[in-house]
Design a protein. Structure first.
Length: 170
């Protein structure tokens, strides 16, 4: 495998692991601030990001390169509100989309069409990730700031986490 492509994939592996840790921190904040449904949703999202990382690790190793474990930055651990948490999710997913696009560009420039094809799954996944984050923000806006609205929002997040878990086990 071309070293530029391998280095770019290793950078994406680190980004996926940091994404997992960020969502884990967000889930923990939700858990400590009375949003158990949002916590479950974000813990599941943290697991999904870790799966994205492992998929890249396996691909790199299968191609005869070497996936590297790298030092990670400490994620943010505090937010002012549940709205800030989910605005952070969308912002983070938009950043990951940019990273995936850059990785794809490296592959195309290096004429690594096998990896370009492999990355199609990640490109489509980012469309889904951003859409999901926007949907959650829409639900938060509909809930407003009332306690009842927040209660129903969090119940909806719990249902989304359960649906994702069921789909993952299918």
């Amino acid at each position: 495998m071309n070293q530029k492509v391998a280095d770019a994939i290793n950078a994406q592996i680190k980004a996926e692991e940091e994404s997992s840790r960020l969502y884990f921190a967000m889930a923990n904040w939700c858990d400590m601030n009375g949003f158990p449904g949002s916590s479950a949703y974000l813990y599941a999202h943290a697991d999904e990001e870790r799966m994205h990382m492992v998929k890249l690790v396996n691909y790199l190793n299968e191609r005869g390169s070497h996936a590297k474990t790298q030092a990670l930055e400490e994620p943010q651990n505090n937010w002012d509100s549940i709205q800030d948490v989910f605005k952070g999710v969308l912002s983070h997913e938009e950043m990951v989309t940019s990273l995936i696009n850059n990785l794809f560009e490296v592959c195309m420039n290096e004429k690594d069409y096998l990896t370009s094809n492999f990355l199609q799954w990640y490109i489509q996944e980012q469309v889904e990730e951003e859409a999901s984050a926007r949907t959650v923000l829409d639900k938060l806006e509909l809930a407003g700031s009332s306690q009842g609205g927040m209660f129903h929002f969090d119940k909806e997040m719990e249902a989304m986490a359960a649906a994702a878990a069921t789909a993952g086990n299918a």
